[in-house]
Design a protein around this ligand. Structure first.
Ligand code: ZN
Length: 215
């Protein structure tokens, strides 16, 4: 069978399932459809900026604007429903990690903080506290395999070249402790309305595992 026919068949079956089955099935099938969409796009190098090393930055920027204009046009047809996130995730800015692929749809129930080396600064601590005040009950502080920031922190030449970055990685655990010690955060942890987990992401497999201790 030809590839477009197979894809059309899967889409038709998925729609049928959404119409017939439970909300749980709709959630799973919806996720599969999102994934199918990504897989349909994955091989289209023409639209993939990562494969355009020969492109000039200005061309890349213009293409980004074109893609955003398209996305905004689609969004216009489907207005957003306001949601209150229940989870906040702190994740390194490494481009190989996609939080949507890690845990599903992060648009509605997640605050996602992407930083260099997943290290927090004071402004993020305040933002996390604000998120908790707005209903977040789970905070994930992550690390990941093959982290460029962690590698830099272990390399003397890189340490000299990127002092701010390695400083952030060096003090990551200390800042985490400061987060846990903030009175409002500590109180919520003590009364069970907030949990803070230290997690490790396998960059290759997207596997998320709890760290034995602080990161
Ligand atoms: Zn990293």
């Amino acid at each position: 069978m030809k590839k477009p026919l197979i894809i059309a068949g899967i889409v038709a079956a998925a729609i049928a399932a959404v119409l017939v089955f439970s909300p749980g099935a709709q959630f799973v099938v919806g996720g599969a459809m999102v994934n199918l969409g990504f897989r349909m796009q994955d091989h289209l190098e023409e639209f993939d900026l990562a494969h355009g090393e020969h492109l000039k930055p200005e061309t890349v920027y213009q293409r980004l604007l074109e893609q955003n204009a398209l996305a905004a046009k689609v969004r216009e047809q489907f207005p957003r429903t306001p949601r209150h996130p229940l989870v906040a995730m702190v994740v390194c800015m490494d481009a190989r990690i996609d939080t949507e692929e890690l845990v599903g749809d992060t648009r509605k129930y997640y605050y996602v903080i992407r930083t260099a080396g997943s290290a927090l600064a004071n402004k993020e601590l305040e933002m996390l506290e604000l998120a908790v005040a707005n209903g977040v009950g789970t905070i994930l502080l992550t690390t990941h395999t093959d982290c460029a920031a962690e590698k830099a922190a272990k390399d003397p030449a890189m340490r000299a070249k990127y002092p701010e970055l390695v400083d952030a990685v060096d003090h990551r655990a200390e800042v985490d402790k400061a987060l846990l010690a903030r009175p409002m955060i500590a109180k919520k942890i003590a009364d069970g309305s907030l949990i803070v987990k230290f997690m490790h992401i396998d960059t290759e497999t997207d596997q998320l595992a709890q760290l034995p201790g602080p990161r």
